[in-house]
Design a protein around this ligand. Structure first.
Ligand SMILES: Cc1cc2nc3c(=O)[nH]c(=O)nc-3n(C[C@H](O)[C@H](O)[C@H](O)COP(=O)(O)OP(=O)(O)OC[C@H]3O[C@@H](n4cnc5c(N)ncnc54)[C@H](O)[C@@H]3O)c2cc1C
Length: 401
């Protein structure tokens, strides 16, 4: 495999880098700091995504006809790398941009694409993903939220979702519900686009140890979705669920982890113990070298997956390796960083980028579970990448299908 970039890819990087220098939020490049207040932070992030969208830097991987740049997978990797390099603010509508929009582009109606894609890019409408329920996480098809037609061109939805990231700020939910319970459990499911601004929908925060409010329980009590808001075929929602999951497994965060590593390296060079920089300790140097090697290996694996996907045209099961490797690396790296700080790590603030990684370390356990747990990714890798026999306990409806 050739790791060098083409002239076009280099030009893409230069153009993005120059744009970021010019357009990053005021003061961000010197001191990247998000507002503490929840509402202010949401507004700040909406503004940031709008700025990106206005100049064609949101949804770069979407086809041009839907507002993207038709960026190749290699350009997407460059995009992620450059965003990580400046610790760019996250895109508040990341679920919309990376999961919902590509799924709609693949399986939505033309009307749905025209209606929703522009407002997803600009974050005018924020999206959440309503898959998990109290009794249905890894095994999504065990869900019990139901939808029934009312005979008037509408579906009436009842049930409860859980761990729904951003539901409290979301305008729309990509929701899967049971529409027929007469067959196998992964049959009889349907995906709906559900408007969140209804009295029949309520959200309740789930308190998290790192103080952020990022996810919620969501209750649907006779909520309504019109029939033009069904994605794909009625009762055939499992295919749509799996389409979105493939996009979810394929998005890597290795570049942000690499940036955290570079921050850690800098910290070890400047931070002293008893007058000696941390980096001069053997144990620290060995550990940093080990992380460096793992990061380079993870990046190479990611680029190899990208090459494969460019040939096949669809995200393959190899994306699970990216996800698993990044989740483990992030957790190990931040664990090491927190230990290096000693008791001071207990005095953490909820900083975004300063070398205050305790909150990131706590969050990293959630990242391991989101988008399918590490065990589920191992099942996918074992069965679908390595060709090992199927897990005897797993059923056909599993998230790993
Ligand atoms: C930060 C975060 C954000 C999230 N955001 C969303 C969201 O926006 N929308 C949404 O729908 N959900 C979201 N989730 C939920 C997430 O998808 C589920 O938590 C996840 O799928 C696991 O489901 P569960 O919690 O029910 O655990 P379970 O499925 O009950 O799993 C419990 C344990 O059993 C293991 N296990 C289960 N089945 C198998 C198997 N077949 N083989 C081996 N081991 C197995 C699991 O790995 C785990 O260790 C989020 C979760 C987190 C942590």
């Amino acid at each position: 495999m050739d790791f060098s970039y083409t002239d076009e890819q280099d030009a893409f990087r230069r153009e993005l880098r120059a744009w970021l220098e010019e357009n990053a939020p005021d003061g961000w490049l010197e001191d990247p700091e998000l507002p503490d207040d929840d509402a202010e932070r949401v507004e700040f992030l909406r503004d940031w995504q709008r700025t990106l969208a206005d100049d064609g830097w949101a949804g770069v991987h979407w086809p041009e006809e839907y507002g993207g740049r038709g960026a190749s997978l290699i350009e997407q990797a460059i995009y992620r790398e450059e965003m990580a390099r400046i610790n760019a603010p996250p895109q508040i509508n990341l679920i919309g941009i990376n999961l919902i929009a590509p799924t709609l582009i693949e399986v939505g109606t033309e009307e749905q694409k025209r209606r929703f894609l522009p407002s997803i890019r600009s974050a005018e409408e924020i999206w959440c993903q309503g898959y998990s329920e109290p009794e249905a996480g890894s095994d999504v098809a065990s869900l019990s939220t139901s939808a029934e037609p009312n005979g008037d061109g509408e579906w009436i939805i009842n049930g409860q979702k859980i761990w729904t990231s951003y539901a409290h700020v979301a305008d729309w939910c990509f929701l899967v519900a049971r529409t027929d319970d007469s067959g196998k459990k992964h049959e009889g499911l349907t995906v709906f686009l559900v408007e969140m601004d209804q009295d029949e929908i309520s959200t309740e925060p789930i308190h998290q140890p790192h103080d952020d409010r990022t996810f919620n329980q969501v209750y649907f009590d006779d909520a309504v979705a019109s029939e033009d808001l069904v994605v794909g075929e009625i009762d055939q929602g499992w295919d749509v669920v799996m389409t979105l999951s493939a996009f979810e497994h394929g998005s890597t965060s290795i570049y942000t982890i690499e940036q955290r590593y570079l921050d850690l390296l800098e910290y070890c060079r400047t931070e002293t113990r008893n007058g000696t920089p941390l980096i001069e300790r053997d144990r620290v140097r060995q550990q940093l070298a080990d992380f460096d090697a793992r990061i380079q290996a993870a990046k190479a694996t990611h680029l190899r997956n990208v090459s494969e996907q460019m040939e096949t045209g669809t995200p393959g099961p190899e994306g699970s390796m990216d996800l698993l490797v990044s989740d483990e690396l992030r957790n190990d790296l931040l664990n090491f960083a927190v230990n290096l700080q000693g008791p001071a790590a207990a005095l953490w603030e909820n900083g975004h980028n300063a070398f205050d990684e305790t909150s990131g370390y706590i969050r990293s356990y959630g990242a391991w579970i989101a988008a399918g747990t590490g065990d589920i990714q191992r099942n996918i890798i074992g069965e679908r990448v390595l060709g090992l026999p199927k897990d005897i306990k797993s059923e056909t409806s599993h998230r790993s299908e």
